[in-house]
Design a protein around this ligand. Sequence first.
Ligand SMILES: NC(=O)c1ccc[n+]([C@@H]2O[C@H](COP(=O)([O-])OP(=O)(O)OC[C@H]3O[C@@H](n4cnc5c(N)ncnc54)[C@H](O)[C@@H]3O)[C@@H](O)[C@H]2O)c1
Ligand SMILES: O=C(O)C(=O)C[C@]1(C(=O)O)C=C[C@@H](O)C=C1
Length: 312
Amino acid sequence: MTSATPLFGRVCLLGVGLIGGSLAINLREKSLAREIVGVARRQETREQIKKLGLADTVTGDAAEAVRGSDLIIFSTPVGSYAALGEAISGAFKKGAIVTDVGSVKNAVIRDLGPFVPEGVHFVPGHPIAGTEHSGPAAAFGELFEDRYCILTPPPGTDDAAVKKVQALWEACGSTVQIMDAAHHDKVLGITSHLPHLIAYTIVATAQDLEEATRQEVIRYSASGFRDFTRIAASDPIMWRDIFLNNREAVLEILQRFTEDLTALQRAIRWGEGDVLETLFTRTREIRRGVVELGQAGTFDTRERKTPEESED
Ligand SMILES: NC(=O)c1ccc[n+]([C@@H]2O[C@H](COP(=O)([O-])OP(=O)(O)OC[C@H]3O[C@@H](n4cnc5c(N)ncnc54)[C@H](O)[C@@H]3O)[C@@H](O)[C@H]2O)c1
Ligand SMILES: O=C(O)C(=O)C[C@]1(C(=O)O)C=C[C@@H](O)C=C1
């Protein structure tokens, strides 16, 4: 989308890593913002953001960046939202829109909602797109293309504000779905959070094996294990915060998963091949559904140069 009048005036990105940086590229390339101001705590990251051209100005002072901004996007790990929200609560411009990209939604509304004053619109969001890389150098413009983005506006949120945030994601190439925050957390608990927990566990279990075996695990890494290592390389702080902030949904789904795993264990022990075959046939259908929906494509991270990971 290119237009004479950008969708937003000044946009403030709190955190300019994989997601914030990829949004910045879209804001710039599609002329969606008049001005982009980025926030990072470390001088080294601020310089990197400037060098990559991800913002017009970069500062370490979040309140200063928020002052005068029309759209404020939280794109830091969700565990940092409450402290950041408190630090900027007095700086919002009347009529501004606050949104985010966090992977959990109930806790975001709980932590950030109290700091959003009357007359400022709060539209929480979550792009279902990502990679295992993090930091400004990991950002790329196509990240959100043909992906879903879920918005979870609390009841009573200004409709015009929701539509503006929706227009932003649509301009990035995403399909927007509006959903209740609790429902979002349950769905993502199974589709994203549990798979990450399983990947972290499998890779850690392999690492705990004897040194000689471990070398074999890495050397003969079959594609199944290799895919898990990619997921298990995801940012530790981001994922710590996701599990701590989607506790109930993750524990509930983990309980179900554990029961199902025990049933499979039993089928293997008692040689119940029909049980295994029936289950594997059913899951193959799920994969077909994902492919048909156009959601199977992963960015081939082997083709992408591993960016230098950085802290802010
Ligand atoms: N990585 C993914 O696959 C993915 C996908 C969808 C949503 N998300 C969500 O997006 C958010 C950002 O994830 P990301 O992958 O872009 O992470 P990232 O690590 O690439 O970027 C986050 C940036 O915020 C900085 N930061 C952390 N705390 C800060 C603070 N208090 N003040 C200022 N900056 C701070 C970090 O140093 C980093 O530069 C998270 O909430 C995550 O749950 C991630
Ligand atoms: O593709 C990946 O590497 C991801 O893990 C992306 C992924 C996911 O699909 O689980 C991770 C976290 C999000 O909040 C959204 C997307």
